[in-house]
Design a protein around this ligand. Structure first.
Ligand code: ATP
Ligand code: MG
Length: 430
C-alpha cells in the first residue's frame, strides 16, 4: 500500500543555508574569527533557550523585542516560561555573572549564532537570523567604546565593503535622561494629536522610543522634540568627546544622530549604528552601545560594559554586492573508478591523501567513466584519478588535470605508479 505524504516546509522567516551558499557563510565566519582574534576577543557560547525573565528584565518590558517579538513558551515539564534568545547580550551577561568571569579582570568576548524574533519577514528581516555579538565587559572608558567602533570599521574594510557609515549619539546617564524625559513627555503631551497608537501607548512608559518612530506623520513632532544631547552634563560630554577624538585618530568618520536611541532599554552614554543605503529598508548592519547598568540589573556586582551586534544576513547581502561569490570546490582530487576492487583501492588512497592534508572524494554509486568524469568536473576538483581494471593490473593510475594547468595532452594526463600516487598528488597540489 502506498501513501502520499504532504511536504513539510521550513517555518516562515527561517532560512536554510544550502551547500551552495554554506561555503560563503563559512568564509564569512572565518574572516570574522581572524578579525576578532586581532583584537583579543575570545569566543563564548551560551544556550539558545533562557528563562523568559532574563530578557524581560535585561532588555526591558517596553521594547519591541519584549512586547511582541519573543518566541516564548511554557516548559511542559515544570511550567517555567522559556524564551528563544532574541539577542545575545542578556545571555552573555548572565553567563559572565553566573561564572564570575569578571572577578579578577575585564573580559573581551564574542559569540556567533542564531537569534529569534517574531517579526514580519522581508528582505533583511527574518524570524531566525544570525548575529556576531561582541562585548567588552568590565571596562568603562571611552577608549573601549572607540575600540569597538574602529573594530567594526576594520571588518567592513577586510570584506571590501565601502558604503556603510557610522551614526553615533550619547544617551548620557540616568539623571540626565530623567530630566530630558520630563521635557519630552511635556512635548508629547503638547502634540498628542499627531501621535499614533504606539506613540500614545508609550508616551509615559518609554517616551524616547516614541521618537524612534517610522511614521511619517510624526516626523515633524519628533524633529522638534527636546534633544537628550542638550541635557548631558560635563562628565557625559567628556566621555562622548573622548570617543569622538579616538575615532578621529583612527580616521573613522561619523555623524552625530541625536535621535538615535536604539531598541533596547539598557543603554547609556555611547550608542552607535552602522547603516547603509544598499539594503533597502533594513539599513542597519551593526548596532551597539554602552550598557553600564545591565550587569547589576541582572544580579551581578556593578560593572560597566559596552558591545555591539552585527546582523549576519544583512552583512552577507551587503558583502555579496562587493565581492561576487566564487564557488568553492568540493574537493581537490576526485577518484573515478570501475569495479569493486578499484573502488576499495580508491577509498584507501583517498584516506592517504587526507592524511597529508589533501581533500578527496571517491565517486559513489556506479556510472560509466564518462558520467563519473562529468561529476568530477562539476565537483570543481583540480585533479581526477582513474582506477580501472587496466590500472590495477599494471599498478599505474591515470591522473588527469581538470583545471589549473595547460591542457596540452602531455600535461593533462599522466601515468603514475599507484604506490607513489599520494606523494605525487601532494606535490602537485602544493
Ligand atoms: P531594526 O531596527 O532593524 O529592527 P534592531 O535595533 O532591532 O534593528 P538589534 O537588536 O540592534 O536590531 O540587532 C543587531 C543587528 O541585528 C541589527 O543591526 C540588524 O543588522 C540585525 N537584525 C535585527 N533584527 C533582524 C531581523 N529580524 N532579521 C535579520 N537581521 C536583524
Ligand atoms: Mg528590531
Amino acid at each position: 500500500m502506498t501513501q502520499a505524504f504532504s511536504k513539510v516546509t521550513a517555518i516562515r522567516g527561517m532560512n536554510d543555508a544550502l551547500p551552495g551558499n554554506g561555503a560563503r557563510w563559512e568564509q564569512l565566519e572565518e574572516a570574522v574569527r581572524v578579525w576578532l582574534a586581532g583584537y583579543g576577543y575570545r569566543n563564548m557560547r551560551t544556550p539558545i533557550l533562557e528563562h523568559t525573565r532574563l530578557f524581560t528584565r535585561g532588555i526591558g518590558e517596553v521594547t519591541d523585542i519584549v512586547e511582541k517579538e519573543m518566541y516564548s513558551f511554557t516548559d511542559s515539564l515544570n511550567g517555567e516560561s522559556l524564551t528563544m534568545r532574541p539577542e545575545f547580550t542578556a545571555g552573555m551577561v548572565r553567563a559572565a555573572i553566573e561564572h564570575n568571569l569578571l572577578y579578577d579582570r575585564p573580559q573581551r568576548v564574542y559569540a556567533i549564532g542564531p537569534v529569534f524574533r517574531h517579526e514580519r519577514p522581508q528582505r533583511g528581516r527574518y524570524r531566525q537570523f544570525h548575529q556576531i555579538d561582541v562585548e567588552a565587559l568590565g571596562l568603562s572608558g571611552p577608549d573601549i567604546d572607540a575600540e569597538l567602533i574602529i573594530m567594526a570599521a576594520r571588518l567592513w574594510k577586510a570584506l571590501g565593503i565601502t558604503d556603510v557609515h557610522l551614526e553615533i549619539n550619547s544617551l548620557g546617564q540616568g539623571e540626565e535622561r530623567a530630566a530630558h524625559r520630563a521635557a519630552l513627555i511635556a512635548h508629547l503631551e503638547a502634540h498628542k494629536d499627531v501621535l499614533d497608537e504606539d506613540g500614545l501607548r508609550r508616551m509615559y512608559t518609554n517616551p524616547l522610543r516614541v521618537l524612534d518612530t517610522k511614521n511619517p506623520a510624526m516626523q515633524a513632532m519628533a524633529d522638534a522634540a527636546p534633544k537628550l544631547f542638550d541635557f548631558l552634563g560635563d562628565v557625559s560630554r567628556a566621555h562622548f568627546a573622548g570617543v569622538c577624538e579616538r575615532l578621529d585618530d583612527a580616521g573613522v568618520s561619523y555623524r552625530l544622530n541625536p535621535r538615535m536611541v536604539r531598541g533596547l532599554d539598557y543603554y547609556n552614554l555611547t550608542v552607535f549604528e552602522w547603516v547603509t543605503d544598499k539594503l533597502g529598508a533594513q539599513a542597519t548592519v551593526c548596532g551597539g552601545g554602552r550598557y553600564d547598568g545591565l550587569i547589576e540589573l541582572l544580579g551581578g556586582k556593578p560593572a560597566p560594559a559596552v558591545g555591539f551586534a552585527i546582523g549576519m544576513e544583512r552583512l552577507m547581502d551587503l558583502w555579496g554586492q562587493y565581492q561576487p561569490e566564487t564557488p568553492k570546490p568540493e574537493c581537490t582530487v576526485y577518484f573515478v573508478h570501475q569495479g569493486d576492487v578499484a573502488q576499495r583501492r580508491a577509498a584507501i588512497l583517498a584516506e592517504g591523501l587526507r592524511d597529508v592534508g589533501v581533500s578527496a572524494v571517491v565517486h559513489a554509486g556506479s556510472g560509466s567513466f564518462k558520467s563519473q568524469f562529468k561529476r568530477a568536473d562539476t565537483s570543481g576538483a583540480q585533479i581526477a584519478v582513474i582506477l580501472g581494471d587496466d590500472e590495477l593490473a599494471s599498478g599505474v593510475a591515470s591522473v588527469k588535470m581538470l583545471r589549473g594547468e595547460p591542457s596540452s595532452d602531455a600535461l593533462s594526463q599522466q601515468q603514475v605508479p599507484i604506490d607513489q600516487l599520494v606523494t605525487f598528488l601532494k606535490d602537485k597540489v602544493n
